[in-house]
Design a protein around this ligand. Structure first.
Ligand SMILES: [Zn+2]
Length: 132
């Protein structure tokens, strides 16, 4: 039979995979109460999920002020939908409206940049407070 975890071939009757140490679940109908050993789980649990680290208020604010028209600060903070709207309206809408939409998005970004710096916006998309 083969290890469900890594696919290594295991001799019959072996309870643990020699390759990865995973307990081998034999398909025994008469329920194995002999399993007292719980294999070490892969406890490389992401207690701090990637991206949940506090982001810089200063960086986000400045991005908003200088590049806010393209939604860069919202990409940075994880507000991807809003960022995409700003980016697309700024680029595509800007072409259609001879730059008017771009100016509007820049004002929006500028306002949000200021709101970030003044603390009106003080968390990222995951609700993680921004750090100074
Ligand atoms: Zn294995």
């Amino acid at each position: 039979m083969f290890c469900k975890n890594c696919g290594n071939e295991i001799p019959e009757g072996t309870k643990f995979c020699a390759n990865c140490g995973q307990a081998v679940e034999e398909s025994m109908p008469n329920g194995g109460s002999s399993y007292s050993y719980t294999p070490p789980q892969n406890t490389t649990v992401y207690t701090t999920a990637p991206g949940s680290e506090a982001k810089s208020k200063m960086a986000a604010g400045l991005l908003g002020i200088f590049l806010g028209g393209f939604g860069i600060h919202n990409f940075y903070l994880g507000f991807t939908n809003k960022a995409l709207i700003q980016l697309l309206v700024s680029l595509i809408g800007g072409v259609i409206t001879c730059g008017l939409a771009t100016v509007a998005m820049e004002i929006w970004g500028l306002v949000e940049g200021i709101q970030i710096l003044t603390g009106t916006i003080n968390t990222d998309a995951q609700g993680v407070p921004l750090k100074d």
